[in-house]
Design a protein around this ligand. Sequence first.
Ligand SMILES: NC(=O)c1ccc[n+]([C@@H]2O[C@H](COP(=O)([O-])OP(=O)(O)OC[C@H]3O[C@@H](n4cnc5c(N)ncnc54)[C@H](OP(=O)(O)O)[C@@H]3O)[C@@H](O)[C@H]2O)c1
Length: 281
Amino acid sequence: MKTGITGATGQLGRLVVEKLKQRVDAESLVALVRSPEKAADLGIEARKFDYTKPESLAGALHGIDHLLLISSNEVGKRKEQHENVINAAQVAGVKWIVYTSLLHAGTSSLNLAPEHAATEELLKSSRIPYTILRNGWYTENYTSSIRGAVGAGAFVGSAGEGKISSAAREDYAEAAAVVLTNEGHVGKVYELAGDEAYTLKDLAAEISGQVGKTIPYNNLPEEEYAGVLKSLGVTEGFAHAIAGWDAGAAKNDLFDDGHVLSGLIGRPTTPLADSVRKALA
Ligand SMILES: NC(=O)c1ccc[n+]([C@@H]2O[C@H](COP(=O)([O-])OP(=O)(O)OC[C@H]3O[C@@H](n4cnc5c(N)ncnc54)[C@H](OP(=O)(O)O)[C@@H]3O)[C@@H](O)[C@H]2O)c1
């Protein structure tokens, strides 16, 4: 029984491989990656696998029974890339695909949602049994800005009073590993999010407490926040995307109180305070 992991050289994929190796023999795992040389330290077989090269994908999937399809990071090109993988999996006789989607992909107002929803539809209309992991926001999306915020004396954003149920990448990685190594998940769609919901004001208060000085949260209109990001060197497109995601957060697009993620991993999700501490360390 072989399990293939796409995106295994990415941040989430590396953690998934680590969690899988704690549960199954490394010989049963295959990293399906653009650059096998980057996967050498994973300690598992690595095969070249590029979502944009459909002609090569079915061959690379030879002998793979279960496939974790980690969504591509090439926003705007993902539906076609994922379709290439699903088509190849059908040709190669893959028996189960687990896909990392987006929280509330069917209803979310985030601009990221349509590509995930389209991929989910492709999976549902394929002949392959599937499981959908609708991953919520990574806490790291926010904690990666903490050092800059402390330096600047304020945390800025556009999320208003929106509640954010983020979880650490490690929590989502563990959920993927749990699902891949246990039965009973075929056909399921899981809405995965952190146990704790916080506003960016709460996050700023947590940072303030840990650094011992007040770091206020400054809420800005979306356009103004995009402007701040651009002034910090973020590209125009990415600055607008980040500000837009915060605007979605303000509408509670990042909120979920189902506690499905902690249920799957059998422990509470990583507390916000721990993620802040890690970012400040
Ligand atoms: N929930 C969230 O908050 C959140 C945030 C960011 C992203 N995401 C989504 O979750 C995914 C995993 O997150 P992450 O943090 O691990 O992102 P990441 O570190 O950017 O990893 C993305 C992975 O996708 C691979 N990839 C990109 N294009 C590919 C292609 N054409 N063919 C094969 N592989 C390709 C990358 O390969 P290389 O290693 O060769 O670059 C990388 O391993 C992202 O790709 C994105 O869809 C979710």
